[in-house]
Ligand binder design. Structure first.
Ligand code: ADP
Ligand code: MG
Ligand code: MG
Length: 496
């Protein structure tokens, strides 16, 4: 008997629980090699038939030409056990974080002041702040604001609290593929779950791609120009292109408007700002700009790309994210928000403040001399993070200490490029990972991402919701968790 109605991924559905039939996934129960082999085969066929795929890094053209060099996405064979109450808690935080980002984005001085020391030593953040200052100087107002965020969490083994790793406000990946992983796991469990004593309906439905598409469409509607298009800003090469194609495909099927995909360089050469502030790309009016690029310095190899970013920001097009939303999602702002009495400036409801604070891990800036002493003694308990996105940039273990010593030598200014975070240690569990068609049995830890969508037009909040999830599971000995970077696999959850 299913604890949820089959078509409900919302928190109410997840809440309804019959306590008896819960069997957490445990690989202590023997799975016969024969069954495993069948499941892997079935999973690989399913991925190929249903587009749960990425570009193969062994094929040079796989990031440029769709349909060439395709490989199944790295996946966990079975969903990750996760307690229903923690999952629900994470889902409930999404609308509060959406609201928080919006409120923070309106406080231009807070963003500038908090990032002022970082600005001096981090050229990339400095460029973003320059665009932001220009908008402040011209008193540019974003009346229609669209946020498609993903807040990531790990379950801290010791405290059994879900703690936020970070909040992404730009280019959140996997709204497309995450839905497919949930579907794949439901499929596998409905076929083989009987043998494993697992119930497929315990994998909550995941509607991230549809909900993201709906939010983009609603933003387009608010812009209120039937001839305008949605533009997706893409990288010149993208092995995760099928995740984006999923979202675009839903939009194309469901909605009347056109989509175009452009790189920053193309936008710079084809884009034009009209006197009324509207943005034309090749004479095509743009209503909504959805960024799947522009979050890393690599996306700005020359001044051309920066001019595109500025052009878009100056326009009346709805930017997802605007420069303020982008900055509100930086790690430095995450750390500033964790200081005493800062959340209270932005959130009116005390309960909301408490809920958010409960998921904050220890966060410090490096001018905090008390914490520096602790770090030098036990660097393995901390993570050192620069203002970067996309995985692979953090510093762990003894490197934390070595880096801090080096930075201190270079002068304390350099320290402002980083924040310091408590290292979270989730419980390890055994899992089956499938990568490149090969099954690996590993000890893993999981990171749960909750998608959020927010749309408002002046005082009217049109969308503010949790809209799906992503689990990324990685080998516990690995520090970072990027899927495309090859550190982790896509996963879903099995609610217990
Ligand atoms: P990015 O914006 O590059 O994704 P993250 O803050 O998400 O930066 O860090 C990348 C990865 O590093 C995460 O997915 C997670 O696996 C690991 N990580 C980050 N912060 C912590 C932490 N405090 N404790 C343990 N692991 C962390
Ligand atoms: Mg990030
Ligand atoms: Mg991350």
């Amino acid at each position: 008997s299913s604890p949820f109605p089959p078509n409900d991924g919302k928190s109410e559905g997840i809440d309804a629980q019959d306590g008896n039939s819960i069997i957490p996934i445990s690989l202590n129960e023997e799975i016969s090699p024969n069954l495993l082999q069948k499941m892997v085969h079935n999973a690989l066929v399913w991925c190929s038939l249903h587009g749960l795929v990425v570009g193969d890094k062994n094929n040079q053209r796989s990031g440029k030409v769709p349909g060439v060099g395709i490989v199944h996405a790295p996946i966990a064979l079975l969903p990750m056990s996760f307690s229903q109450s923690h999952f629900r808690q994470a889902c409930e935080l999404a609308p509060i974080f959406n609201e928080l980002v919006d409120r923070v984005s309106l406080d231009g001085n807070f963003l500038q002041d908090s990032l002022s020391r970082t600005k001096k030593v981090d050229a990339f953040t400095s460029r973003l702040l320059d665009i932001h200052s220009k908008m402040l100087e011209t008193n540019k107002k974003e009346e229609i604001r669209l946020g498609l965020h993903r807040s990531d969490y790990m379950l801290d083994a010791q405290s059994q609290d879900i703690l936020q790793i970070e909040l992404n406000t730009i280019s959140c990946s996997f709204p497309g593929l995450s839905c497919l992983v949930s579907e794949l796991h439901r499929h596998l469990l409905s076929h083989y779950g009987g043998d494993l004593k697992l119930d497929s309906t315990r994998v909550p439905e995941n509607m991230a791609s549809t909900r993201y598409a709906d939010a983009l469409a609603k933003a387009w509607k608010e812009y209120n120009n039937a001839r305008a298009v949605i533009m997706i800003v893409v990288q010149t090469e993208e092995r995760n292109m099928y995740d984006q194609h999923w979202l675009c495909s839903i939009l194309k099927e469901k909605y009347p408007f056109y989509l175009c995909a452009k790189t920053l360089a193309e936008i710079a050469t084809e884009g034009k700002l009209q006197p009324d502030g509207t943005l034309l790309i090749n004479d095509q009016l743009v209503a909504v700009i959805y960024f799947r690029a522009g979050y890393t310095p690599n996306d700005y190899p020359s001044e051309l790309e920066w001019s595109a970013r500025l052009l878009m920001e100056q326009s009346t097009a709805i930017k997802c994210p605007s420069i303020s939303y982008h900055l509100a999602g930086t790690k430095k702002i995450q750390q500033e928000l964790a200081k005493p009495n800062v959340l209270e400036r932005f959130l009116d409801d005390n309960d909301d403040v408490m809920k958010i604070r409960k998921c904050f891990a220890g966060l410090w800036s490096l001018d905090d001399s008390n914490i520096m002493k602790d770090v030098m003694e036990s660097p393995e308990l901390f993570v050192l993070k620069p203002q970067r996105e996309g995985g692979g940039n953090n510093i762990y273990g003894d490197d934390v200490k070595q880096t801090l010593l080096k930075l201190q030598k270079e002068g304390s200014e350099e320290l402002a490029a980083y924040i310091l975070m408590q290292r979270i240690f989730p419980t390890e569990s055994p899992a089956f990972l499938v990568q490149g068609g090969i099954l690996h049995e590993e000890h893993v830890i999981a990171e749960l991402g909750i998608y959020g969508a927010y749309l408002r037009n002046k005082e009217k909040v049109i969308v503010n919701e949790q809209c799906g999830y992503l689990t990324r599971t990685k080998v516990s000995s690995s520090n970072e968790g990027g899927v495309v970077a090859g550190f982790a696999v896509l996963d879903s959850v099995y609610l217990t």
